[in-house]
Design a protein around this ligand. Structure first.
Ligand code: SF4
Length: 289
């Protein structure tokens, strides 16, 4: 598939057909995010999406999954998404599962019923970035949505019967507010109750405002032990009815993949063992992305 610029997708979409229906992110101002620094947001014309679908049908690998790129596919109107999902079903009848990133702004105008109708057309999983449950930290990061809006949007996704995956960022509050960040993030995740929560470790990206703050001494990134303490506190405050909690991204110091609530106590004891030096951590050169 011909793609415009570099494409970012969740690790679990590694085998998916990548279909660009928007480019970049319509916000593109989060202080920590370098994903689309050089890629102005735009909607890909329907004719170009049709061409990409024809290419995928004729030459692509016959994956059963499609991931709608880039960072903001759900910003499209419900009518446009309905046409898009219908076209995917027509052109790629072997596809049974379609996923995308989503945020509170793009989901806000869409009702539960509209989202449920999109689910009926093959939409399966929405990946949302909560980043933190601490509003002060979220505002400092210039995220467009509030914590309350993100939580409400996530709950709406679940009510529509869609699978919800939520990402949070260890280290985002620096060394000053790490505990509040960890506790409130666990609480917000509990309210959203996703099928999957993923805790990534903040990596400072050159060219972003947060990287500039760090260089200027205005932001302190927690070291490995601080990140682990944060993970432990966050996990202790996360109460999912039934879901995966993943901290196994390449950025993490101690790879963990657990089912909640079943594995929580075991995971907390593993983190404790790592904090006391009984389990080795991933070295920085292995974590580097
Ligand atoms: S974190 Fe998400 S919403 Fe923020 S700029 Fe990056 S892609 Fe856009």
């Amino acid at each position: 598939m011909r793609l415009t610029g570099s494409v970012i997708r969740p690790p679990s979409e590694a085998d998916s057909i990548l279909l660009q229906v928007t480019l970049g992110c319509s916000h593109n101002k989060c202080a920590f995010c370098g994903a689309y620094i050089d890629k102005p947001f735009r909607v890909v014309p329907e004719a170009a999406v049709d061409e990409a679908l024809a290419f995928a049908r004729d030459y692509g690998h016959q994956s059963r999954r499609v991931f709608l790129c880039d960072g903001d596919a759900m910003v499209l109107s419900t009518n446009r998404l309905t046409r898009l999902l219908t076209r995917i079903r027509e052109r790629l009848p072997f596809v049974s599962r379609i996923s995308a990133y989503a945020n509170a702004r793009s989901l806000g105008p869409k009702s539960v019923e509209e989202l449920a109708a999109l689910r009926g057309l093959g939409l399966h999983t929405l990946y949302m970035g909560l980043e933190t449950g601490d509003q002060e930290t979220l505002s400092a990061m210039n995220k467009a949505d509030t914590v309350a809006d993100i939580v409400a949007a996530g709950q709406k996704v679940r009510r529509a019967g869609l699978r919800l995956s939520v990402t949070v960022l260890l280290g985002l509050a620096g060394t000053r507010r790490w505990r509040i960040h960890a506790e409130r993030t666990g609480a917000a995740l509990s309210e959203m109750d996703p099928a999957q929560a993923a805790a990534l470790t903040l990596m400072l990206v050159p060219g972003t405002p947060l990287h500039a703050d760090w260089k200027a001494g205005r932001f302190d990134l927690p070291h490995a032990r601080g990140m682990l303490s944060e993970l432990s506190t966050m996990l202790a405050h996360t109460h999912l009815s039934r879901g995966l909690f993943l901290a196994n991204h390449a950025s993490n110091f101690l790879p963990l993949a657990l089912r909640l609530p079943r594995d929580k106590d075991h995971a907390l004891s593993l983190i404790e063992a790592a904090l006391s030096g009984r389990i080795p951590l991933r070295p920085d050169h292995v974590r580097a992305l």
